[in-house]
Design a protein around this ligand. Sequence first.
Ligand SMILES: [Zn+2]
Length: 564
Amino acid sequence: MGGSSRVRPPFRARPLLPMTPRPRPDSSLALDRLAAPAALVAVLAAAVAAGHDGRRALQLLALALPMLLWLSWPLRSPALHRLRGAMVWAGAMLFVLDGAVRHYLWSQYQAAPDSSMVLGALANSRAQESSEYLRTNAPDVLLRLVPVLLAAAVLAWAVQGGARWQALQPAWRPPRRLVAGLAATLLLVTGVAHASKPWRRLHPAVFWSQWWDSAQQLRAGWAQQLQLRERTLAQAREQAPTLAFDGPATVMLVVGESINRDNLGLYGYPRDTTPRLAADRARLGEHFAVLRHAWSADASTLPALHNLFRFGQGERGDAPHLIALARAAGYRVWWIGNQDDMALEALHAGLSDQVEMINRRPGRGGDTLDGELLDEVGRALADPSPRKLLVVHLMGAHPHYALRCPPGSNPFNGVDDAVDRQLQAAGRSAWTRAARSDYDAAVRYHDSVLSDLLGSLREAAPRDGRAAWMYLSDHGQEVGHEVDRAGHSATTAAGYRIPALIWRSEPVDAAVTTRPFRADWAAWTMADLLGLQWAGRDESRNVLGAAYRWQAPRLGVAVASFDR
Ligand SMILES: [Zn+2]
């Protein structure tokens, strides 16, 4: 400042508090008083923006207003000042942690904390799993602690700058009416926010305590599901299914995920996405059937699997369950899955004798490759039980497609071929076209997993018995086929067009391959492959049977023809 000394005002108001540590220059007081609330607002706004968007972000900020108002209320006592600082800091940190956790869950799993997936994982996880999770994700979690700690430090500084009584003597003070009007408006806004129940529920303190309660309720609900499972198994025993043949049998049901048959070379796709299965088909001849016109009846995983395992009668409370029937008939059943889903485990996998989940990350955001479950499949196939059913549940080509094959193994990336030109001609965006190449790479990797699974089953097939393998996808996928987007699709046919393949130790009638087929009837065909016989068996829904009678499923979209 060039050494020039500040000109002191001739008269300085005596501080009201004698304990003021040291006099401060008046001009800095106004700045101080703005810097603290500004820092608080900035930290809160950043935290809220990380965890919420749009209207919700504004609602959350309204819920944070009382802290700001309180902080600008002048306090006389240093003890009260400190107490208030601690309380506002803790309150603001709730918002910071809320934003950080929500942001983490969204970027990792595309899930909100109160989604069934996250709640289920919480209710489902034991202490050991939680610590395992934290250990495997430590770098990511630690990285996210940096902004949280930074926010904690800034907030600690900001609350110290809360209004003090002596600071009410600055050179400039805003007009009383303006202050009163502003305060009244803010009080009104935050009053409305706190009075409205759906609004109030967003407050981190309210939200996270309710979140914890919900998880506990879910845990209690599982006790009921356990009962349901017991009832399903007991019902199956009452049906007393028998086997149509003597001798050992090994059967594998492979359930793919989000596979559209139009993207399989085996089904005529111009890109070579199924070299292994094409070779298998050439080698295995009449034992290997490609069902050309296969459809799912549902466009998402849970309803699709529910109908698949419950013989297409998912809405009936007492519908039989394929796994329960197989067990009642003397099969030992394995569920080997790459999808850690609480509902799947409770409703289907849990009915098996043995459940092996190779992917302990909840939901479908995990990146464990399907090929990693081959070892587990090998162990099950080596089991000495004479009759074995293996249900293998894959991640297939579930979004994000790029996670579904080993990194750097995308032969379709940036290629200029007939498929890409056709997508361009249809006006698909660069994003959709890139998604298509990732998708096709995932399908090509899927092909190798399917071929490996079929190969290991055929190797382990009992010499003096039967073996059978069935593969289908739970539903299809839209990847720029009919519209310019990628993902699950209940409103385009692409969401329902699935592949279905059968191999068995006896030949399959060639006529079967041109019959339209629906995935929610697959259990009737599986019952045939398993040789199950019981009073409720319906041959008109078994695609392998002579009495098969096609009925079109009611889909979420009108389909011109089921024969295409
Ligand atoms: Zn699915």
